[in-house]
Design a protein around this ligand. Sequence first.
Ligand code: KG4
Ligand code: ZN
Length: 335
Amino acid sequence: MSSRGSLVLGIETSCDDTAVALVDRQGGVIASCVASQVELHNAYGGVYPELASRAHIDKILPTVQTVLAQADAGPRDLAAIGVTRGPGLIGSLMVGLNTASGLGHGWGVPVIGVNHLRGHLRSADLEESRVKYPALVLLVSGGHTLLARLENPTDLKLIGSTVDDSVGEAYDKVARMMGLGYPGGPIIDRLAKGGTPCVQFPRPMYGRGFGLDFSFSGLKTSVLRYLEDHPEAKQEDVAAAFVDAVLQVLIYKCRAALQEYPATSLVVVGGVAASPQLRAGAAALCDDLGVQLCLPPLRWSTDNGAMIGLATWDYLAAGVSSTLDAVPGLGMESF
Ligand code: KG4
Ligand code: ZN
């Protein structure tokens, strides 16, 4: 049992995981539960939006109950409920928003709509305060690939983004082409570790003249062409060549961004930040540049309710009262 109003209930349903957590003001995670839909979507090689919303409807209240029971907590312990309002799938977002607003109304607790991307940003401070400002953030998820400069937890400037596919999307599409499961990231990473790059795939938008933006759609197509032309190629080797190309681009852009916008720490967040190869590459870069690397613990890299909970504390501190409208295309700079 916690003291009155000392916790935030974070609810995340923007995509394919029903995730809920209780978080204190310092980012301590008091309880957390994620109802994964991986099995449900595996057969489709990606997220099937209508099935995702239906599964959220089934799972959301039991997941809230599980989390409250884990912490022996109730409505009186809550300072607020924070719920993802975008970006994400409209149906999935609406399940979270409607549920949160019903609970808030019934319990007499304020409800705050939270930007999912701001949740990822704050994931690196869960359980322990790690980020030193000014910071440079690389956010690599299934839906986004962004570089931003952070002056403090909420004051951010977007300095680069993808012009087409995100990194996570490229991983997922390459996994689908190779007949592997969903999500593709962990499967491709695992395969890549046992392979040798068989080819030098293109490094899209790599080099001076391209600024800090990214492009991954052409890389994905090159992998497809290679697989068509080399049906005998070992999957491990193709995966290794793909991961090599992705990593080289990501690390190059981080180096260029740190040179242009000197920072005390580099923060790498989002589902792809679970990649051991990316974690190692970012660590080597930070060693080289004398910058502190801040990574969320693995379980807080992919979507979770705790990051939404911690971001909610920022909204409370800043007095930001966002709306509870679902905004599928919400940008990183919005609250
Ligand atoms: O942040 P996230 O859980 O959801 C979105 O906000 O999109 O990111 C999901 C993405 C998927 O594309 C998945 O393939 C990727 O993160 N991912 C990984 C790894 N684990 C998840 N990518 C590379 N390596 C991993 N170990
Ligand atoms: Zn996410």
